[in-house]
Write a protein that binds this ligand. Structure first.
Ligand code: GDP
Length: 438
């Protein structure tokens, strides 16, 4: 994400020469304007931002460092202007949230992601299937609820979404749920019928908040539609979905400044863990290509078992990392969400290794082969890869449906990977990795 602004930034900053050189500042802001507009930042937002960047930089004194400082500060100012990020709980549970958005925006997926986000934080969550427009929506939500193991309320015999929503909220009250997320119908474009239905559900259940799910990839349209939803039904927060697919990134700035409601969460992949609280300074850091280690640490802390992590790190240090550990790490990785979303958080990694960004880690041929190979090993062999002599390798290769050359190649790779991990761990983990890349 954010390739266009990040990519132009070096050139823009390079234009700034020295104190008092107003012409060089003008050249930089004019380049910045082009980068903002190219990144889908609304023209009014762009104008306001450039204005304040120019004034504030002059106040501090024209210079490259001051320019970056002001740029960061002004972007953050726009993104924080509307208050609350993340989830706000009602004073008396359940907190009822109406999820709204156009069809295809990612509303149902986001409902699931939000439920998952709350569930891993030990909240009792119910999702409600009120999208009766899209044929598969109820089934989709059912599968998601099943996958993340949260309660779902649906009623196949009821055609009136208002009745379903009301009944669900009643049940949630009786059964002491913390949060109710109501997935509503979308349309391909805004129409009166949809707005009326949403208004009726809103009046029927009196939600604590209405979230609007905006598809980042629709650029300026996302902003326009959000404004209409705000005018017609009132929205309290925006979730920006598909932020991972948006290489421009400016839509967050446009929504914050033009719709004037807080951005709450961003969707950064198709999987359930691919949802993050919208934290302005983190987004700005990523926008400027500075990475987001804090976000990565938070993401991993909800998934990783600290004791286990210490054990693994000990093993790596001793060079004892085996195939069982590897399988376990793979399953943890998949809980973290898509690789692409993780890579964007490590400073410099996505520009240092652009090919990684598009890699589907879990479904890659390499990972499938490794899984097949491990499943053909005996428990002892998994524990101790050094046992693998030629006859064992032969047995494994036929069991896994791989050639002996492929088996040898994977084993060699595994050996050198664990050697590299050992070296990295002695150089200070992630810092070591970053040092190696920079
Ligand atoms: P709805 O019609 O608004 O309920 O849309 P869906 O929830 O069915 O989502 C439409 C498509 O967008 C699905 O293929 C989702 O997997 C995908 N999607 C939703 N959120 C994200 C996201 O944050 N990133 C990516 N890459 N895809 C997403």
């Amino acid at each position: 994400m954010f390739d266009s602004i990040t990519g132009s930034l070096k050139g823009i900053i390079g234009k700034i020469r020295h104190q008092d050189d107003v012409a060089s500042l003008n050249r930089a802001t004019s380049e910045l304007k082009k980068a903002f507009l190219k990144a889908d930042v609304h023209h009014k937002t762009t104008k306001d931002l450039l204005n304040s960047i120019e004034i504030e930089t002059k106040k501090l004194g024209i210079g490259q460092n001051n320019f970056i400082k002001v740029l960061k500060q002004e972007l953050e100012r726009v993104l924080t202007a509307n208050g609350n990020q993340g989830f706000v709980f009602a004073s008396t549970p359940p907190t009822v949230i109406l999820m709204t958005g156009l069809q295809g925006s990612g509303k149902t997926t986001t409902t699931g992601k939000l439920a998952n986000y709350l569930k891993v934080r030990n909240k009792k969550v119910m999702v409600v299937a009120c999208d009766l427009q899209r044929l598969a929506a109820v089934e989709q939500l059912r599968q998601i609820a099943n996958q993340i193991d949260v309660e779902i309320y649906f009623d196949e015999n009821e055609k009136n979404p208002i009745k379903i929503a009301k009944a669900a909220v009643e049940k949630a009250k009786k059964e002491h749920f913390d949060v109710v997320l109501v997935d509503t119908a979308g349309r391909l474009a805004i129409d009166e019928e949809l707005m009326d239905e949403l208004k009726d559900i809103k009046n029927g259940i009196n939600p604590n908040e209405i979230f609007y799910v905006a598809d980042s990839m629709t650029g300026h349209d996302a902003t326009k539609t959000a404004i209409t939803f705000k005018e017609k039904i009132g929205i309290d927060g925006v979730v920006l979905s598909k932020y991972d697919g948006d290489t421009k990134g400016g839509v967050a700035l446009s929504i914050a400044s033009q719709v004037e409601v807080p951005l709450r969460f961003i969707g950064i992949g198709e999987k359930m863990p691919d949802l993050e609280v919208f934290i302005p300074d983190r987004i700005v850091s990523r926008l400027l290509g500075l990475g987001d280690i804090a976000g990565l640490a938070e993401k991993t802390s909800t998934i990783f078992d600290e004791k286990k992590a210490k054990e693994v790190s000990k093993k790596i240090k001793k060079g004892e990392f085996n195939f069982n550990d590897f399988l376990e790490q793979l399953s943890m990785m998949s809980k973290l969400g898509s690789l692409k979303s993780i890579i964007g958080m490590i400073p410099g990694l996505s520009s240092a290794m652009p090919a990684l960004k598009d890699m589907d880690f879990e479904n890659s041929v390499e990972i499938k082969r490794i899984k097949a190979l491990i499943s053909s090993m005996t428990p002892k062999e998994r524990e101790n890869p050094d046992l693998l002599n030629p006859s064992r390798k032969k047995r494994i290769s036929s069991g896994a449906g791989l050639s002996e050359v492929q088996v040898n190649k994977i084993l060699k790779q595994f050996k050198s990977a664990s050697k590299m991990a050992k070296q990295l761990s002695s150089k200070g983990g992630m810092k070591g990795l970053h040092n190696m890349l920079s």
